[in-house]
Design a protein around this ligand. Sequence first.
Ligand code: ZN
Ligand code: ZN
Ligand code: ZN
Length: 392
Amino acid sequence: MSSTDAARPGAAFGPEVYAARRERAAAHAREAGLTGLLVSPGPDLAYFTGYTPPETERLTLLAIPAEGTGTTGGASVVVPLLERGDLASAPGAEGLDVGTGRDGDDEHDAAARLLAADGSYAVSDATWALHVLGLQRALPGARLTAFSDAVPTLRAVKDAAEVERLAAAGAAADAAFADVLGVAFAGRRERDVAADLDRFLRERGHERVAFALEWSGPNGADPHHDASDRVIEPGDLVVLDFGGLRDGYGSDTSRTVLVAGGTDDALADQQREVYDVVRRAQQAGLDAVRPGATCQDVDRAARAVIVDAGYGEQFVHRTGHGIGTTTHEPPYMVEGEDRPIEPGMCFSVEPGVYLPGRFGVRIEDIVVAFPPDVPDGARRLNTSTHDLQTVR
Ligand code: ZN
Ligand code: ZN
Ligand code: ZN
């Protein structure tokens, strides 16, 4: 879920913020032994320039050299002639060296002239295959790799202004959750409640809703199931997983609620037992954010609680993922990811248990690692209660 951001003007930072990000990017590129970074429209271009053009067959490409020069880091950008004005008005365009391509020119050749023929470049993940292949054709001696392979944590550490944006997005998602607790669940279709959530997210300031997922009763056992026509029943557990972008930064949170009026006592007992396990696992994941911890430690801590309770086989996904100008990005909280957790990394902690044919439970918060007010741990950016809420 990392398509283009519809960042609104309010989402802009000052030009110095974008210049500093490009400088940090050059350092990442040097560390990775690259000649430079190539960025096309999508979340990375928004991050480095505040420019959010549509993704089209016309090439827009920002080149950030590893060995930068001057205050702008020597970054240059090729943009279609028609869109030159739009780029110029982007908040982070100041100081970029701008070249234009005309219809009929080979734009990949034009871009290639900015690059080293035998260079080694990382290309932003959202770059269309059309453009990657075009660049490769124009620069047969260059080596192209993907950001996610070469510089996966380029955007992983958030500065204070970004954490503030993520916190505001989280608070808006929490407000949308409070809103949805007031609507009727029983007797309505999953997709109707999901539509309510979508509306509440927008009313609370999201410019884009990436997902408003909702699974009730037995459907809850399918962790990435879309809202369906299933009619919600009294006694169902309902998993709500929702988020999007607010001022260009992501929210992503899950809560599981109980629909009042159930009559199956054995089911109710199991629901409460599993809910408690997931709640403890979520807390354990958060508590694992300690100085020296790695990303996989978060997964291990949350998973251990669920395994101990006998539900290890029913926790079928990783514990978390990073969030920023997209709703899913590195770093991933998963076994095998032994990268250390750094101050300013923002990610989800979202264990779940899914019992086929019965129900599912997930609790998800976004957290920030080692913020100034919690220097040896994590702070939640979602503060909705973890107590099981009952809806009508
Ligand atoms: Zn997901
Ligand atoms: Zn989620
Ligand atoms: Zn998530």
